[in-house]
Write a protein that binds this ligand. Structure first.
Ligand code: ZN
Length: 91
């Protein structure tokens, strides 16, 4: 029986492994051209990975290359800078 299915998609932060609603996480996508971008819409096609958005967690993900491993590619410096600015925990 499946009467208690979740109504919202749940994803896991690649760094701290916390599960949360997809829309509360930051989606990072490796696009078809091999670029890596932040995807606020959550709709870009490509291989996706999720971060919870806490700056500490993002820093750890970059340092340990968890994002690169999840996406199986190099994370461009430009994207690392963008991610560092995100910081969900500043307010
Ligand atoms: Zn996290």
């Amino acid at each position: 029986m499946s009467g208690h299915e979740r109504k919202v998609p749940i994803r896991t932060c690649v760094s701290c492994r916390v599960s949360s609603e997809k829309k509360r996480l930051v989606r990072i996508v490796r696009t078809g051209d091999g670029d890596v971008v932040i995807d606020p819409s959550g709709k870009l096609p490509g291989r996706g990975a999720y971060l919870c958005g806490l700056s500490e967690c993002t820093a750890a993900a970059i340092k340990a290359n968890k994002l690169g491993r999840a996406l199986r590619c190099e994370i461009p410096e430009r994207l690392k800078e963008e991610l560092k600015k995100l910081g969900n925990d500043e307010d």
